[in-house]
Design a protein around this ligand. Structure first.
Ligand code: ADP
Length: 193
């Protein structure tokens, strides 16, 4: 029965850690980025609408993103817990998620913030561009995504800190090391798989 958010700048390793944590807690990892990419690939209406924003490193409009998450969270496997990777990213999305949780009479257990310095982030994303060929991993777009994160998403950390939910993790190190840090920090708060 765990409900988590994963927040962090592009390249911090959210996707990797999300999959590992979701497995540990037996909850679905829900990545808005992955869902958008799957829609782009399948050329759905949502994918076509999202692609132009994603390719520029801009956020997809809140209305589309909120509908997508509302729909995904209403599915059976998310009823008893979930890990949201990459949502919410704007204050509008925070308000929307609050109302979804309230309507379901549930609340978040923790917001895991994965941090890393910009140099390391840019280096990792440049590598991923070579390995995965993501169309939003070009240098200009990487820089824009970092800016958009700093402008729109970083301020949300204070909101969740004010609610006592933030668990901050150093994202530098081996994947397993970072996972261990997260599990330890959650356990310290009495949250364990
Ligand atoms: P990263 O965190 O590395 O930028 P993601 O895979 O999480 O990558 O997201 C890729 C892109 O998908 C974002 O740059 C944005 O265009 C879109 N996206 C994902 N999640 C959201 C969201 N919550 N709100 C708006 N756009 C989003």
């Amino acid at each position: 029965m765990s409900r988590f958010l994963l927040i962090g700048p592009p390249g911090a390793g959210k996707g990797t850690q999300a999959a590992l944590l979701a497995q540990s807690f037996s909850i679905p990892a829900i990545s808005t980025g992955d869902i958008f990419r799957a829609n782009v690939k399948a050329e759905t209406e949502l994918g076509l609408a999202a692609k132009a924003f994603m390719d520029r490193g801009e956020y997809v409009p809140d209305s589309l993103t909120n509908d997508l998450v509302r729909d995904r969270l209403s599915q059976g496997d998310a009823k008893s817990g979930f890990l949201l990777d990459g949502y919410p990213r704007t204050s509008e999305q925070v308000a929307e998620l609050d109302s979804m949780l309230e309507a379901a009479a549930t609340k978040l257990d923790a917001v895991v913030l994965i941090n890393a310095d910009t140099e390391e982030l840019v280096r990792r994303l440049a590598n991923r561009a070579i390995e995965q060929g993501r169309t939003d991993d070009t240098e200009d777009v990487i820089r824009r995504r970092q800016e958009v994160y700093a402008e729109q998403t970083a301020p949300l950390i204070a909101v969740y800190s004010g609610r006592g939910l933030v668990v901050e993790i150093d994202g530098i190190g081996a994947v397993a090391e970072v996972t261990a840090r997260i599990l330890e920090a959650l356990a310290e708060r009495g949250i364990s798989a």
